[in-house]
Write a protein that binds this ligand. Structure first.
Ligand code: SF4
Ligand code: SF4
Length: 262
């Protein structure tokens, strides 16, 4: 039976389901949220009604197949507010590595029956296909981001976007810099915060799972990596990973950058 609560859907596109799992891992908080909203479609949690009109739609995954391309238009048409969650939905995800190569050749080399694989040549973020009202970055997104955004939207307030760089979070937490102290090729100077500088707090270099921060100086960082001893190809490949197809990282991770000595 339909309630008077705001209606929320969680849709999956091409993805590993990790962001939906991050929502399921909310545990008790998810139960509290279910008192505040009605989840009309959230297949991983139970309800299935993909074509119901909703107030807020969370979309996980990239547009990677012809079917995705059609379906995202229906989702947009049925949603008052559309929020993309995670690296796949916001930047194309790790599956966008195929954007740098001839994907047909890859499919032919990997699958025994490539004729059964229906893929678009590129994996692209949701915003390349329909209007997106809010993007939550991360691989996967974390519970604090999603619940914070949902609460703000329910109160009719625009959620605060986190554009700071991971380095600032290290400073706030007094985490010793792994690039300075250990010479690790940390992506923190160009990566958006949201994770609480998780990797540096464990003595590891950031690999940019939260995507590009505001105004990232990718060229300077790539040159710094070469200065730390990485080959130009290795330095470029630091940018070509989970968020490698994000425009701010694309040039720094390109084949051309692989040949530049800094
Ligand atoms: S550890 Fe990485 S993210 Fe932290 S301050 Fe150093 S370069 Fe920045
Ligand atoms: S430090 Fe970097 S790689 Fe680690 S969780 Fe944060 S954004 Fe992701």
């Amino acid at each position: 039976m339909s309630s008077s609560l705001p209606k929320v859907a969680v849709h999956k596109f091409s993805s590993c389901d990790g962001c939906q799992l991050a929502l399921l891992n909310l545990g008790e908080t998810l139960l509290q949220l279910s008192q505040m909203v009605e989840f009309t479609h959230f297949a991983e949690a139970g309800p299935v009604n993909p074509d119901a009109p909703v107030d807020i739609a969370f979309v996980e995954g990239s547009v990677s197949t012809p079917e995705d391309k059609e379906r995202i238009k229906r989702v947009r048409g049925n949603s008052r507010i559309l929020v993309t969650i995670g690296a796949c939905a916001t930047a194309g995800g790790v599956q966008a590595l195929r954007n740098f190569v001839d994907s047909k050749q890859w499919v032919g080399a990997i699958y025994a029956k490539p004729e059964y694989v229906r893929l678009l040549d590129h994996s692209t973020p949701i915003a390349e296909h329909v209007k997106v009202d809010l993007e939550l970055w991360g691989c996967p997104v974390n519970a604090r981001q999603v619940t914070g955004a949902l609460r703000a939207l329910l109160f009719g307030v625009r959620p605060v976007e986190e554009n700071d760089k991971v380095c600032l979070e290290c400073k706030r937490r007094q985490t010793v810099c792994v690039m300075v102290a250990k010479g690790l090729p940390c992506m923190g100077p160009v990566t958006r915060t949201g994770c609480g500088a998780l990797c540096p707090s464990f003595g590891r270099d950031c690999y940019a799972c939260y995507g590009p921060a505001e105004n990232p100086n990718t060229d300077a960082l790539r040159r710094r990596f070469v200065g730390l001893g990485l080959e130009p190809q290795q330095a470029a490949q630091r940018f070509r990973f989970i968020n490698g197809a994000a425009p701010a990282f694309r040039d720094a991770g390109s084949a051309k950058a692989e040949t530049e000595n800094g």
